[in-house]
Write a protein that binds this ligand. Structure first.
Ligand SMILES: [Zn+2]
Ligand SMILES: [Zn+2]
Length: 260
């Protein structure tokens, strides 16, 4: 695993099952160059995310662990921040208050519906309409310019819910906005262990992203030390097959690259 990073991981501070220290030790064992934390931060009061009042504790713990293990691995400080349209100012205030290496912008809500945890509203609309609503939010998140990385780009397929029609035009349009925003997309291997049994994004999406010249980084969405860098070998194979030869790294919101 030399020369690789994992930038999407969760600790006990949000909905992960382990401390930062246990996660760092697992990343060292796997031989990663860098591990980045991205605990959930959400403007809505949900149990799986930190609220603004908890942020200083997270900063303190991450900076401490970064220093402690600096001779063995590079620890990066990120957050996975929920995007809500119209809340750009509040989101920007949170981002600017923290010494972050990167910000992952994710969608877990459509309106008030937490669609990646609560399955009750699937079927309320046609799947095509659901996908259109979801990708409309993704485009707004990208256009906001708030984030460095788009989180699990096609998470709307999580429960193996797929569109009725060919929505390639929707993906092309969304890729155009992401390209313009200058954002990076993560290849999140966690999707392989969800009902959709496929990375986020999947192969079709990755080809579109590559075609648009959109850079990618590599993540596992680990909520447990055992999940760090999961399925990385097939992820690298898929990236190469899609035309990618490098992944993006982040340091204080500046970018670097690693050859794969
Ligand atoms: Zn997420
Ligand atoms: Zn996550």
């Amino acid at each position: 695993m030399r020369g690789l990073v994992d930038y999407h991981t969760h600790s006990l501070l949000s909905d992960g099952q382990s401390s930062y220290e246990d996660m760092v030790c697992a990343a060292i064992e796997k031989g990663l160059d860098e591990i980045g934390f991205s605990d959930h931060v959400c403007l809505k009061p949900v149990i799986w995310a930190l609220q603004e009042i908890d942020l200083p504790v997270m900063t303190h713990q991450i900076l401490e662990i970064k220093e402690k293990y600096s001779h063995l691995i590079t620890v990066r400080y990120g957050i996975e921040l929920d995007y809500f349209p119209g809340k750009e100012e509040e989101l920007s205030r949170i981002i600017n208050s923290l010494p972050l290496d990167y910000v992952i912008g994710s969608l877990h809500f459509i309106g008030e519906w937490n669609f990646d945890g609560d399955q009750s509203l699937y079927g309320k609309w046609s799947n095509d309409h659901l996908y259109a609503m979801y990708y409309n939010l993704v485009r707004q998140a990208a256009a906001s310019g708030l984030f460095d990385i788009i989180g699990h780009l096609d998470i709307i397929k999580k429960f193996a819910v797929y569109p009725e029609s060919d929505l390639t035009y929707l993906y092309e349009e969304t890729a155009g906005v992401i390209r313009q925003s200058g954002m990076v997309v993560e290849l999140n291997t966690g999707g392989f262990d969800r009902p959709c049994a496929e990375f986020n994004p999947g192969p079709q999406w990755l080809e579109i992203l590559h075609h648009h010249g959109i850079p990618v980084t590599l993540t596992s969405d680990a909520h447990h030390p055992d999940q760090i860098a999961r399925h990385y070998q097939s992820a690298i194979e898929l990236l190469k097959k899609s035309g990618y030869r490098e992944i993006t790294t982040f340091n204080r919101r500046n970018r670097g690259v690693l050859r794969i």
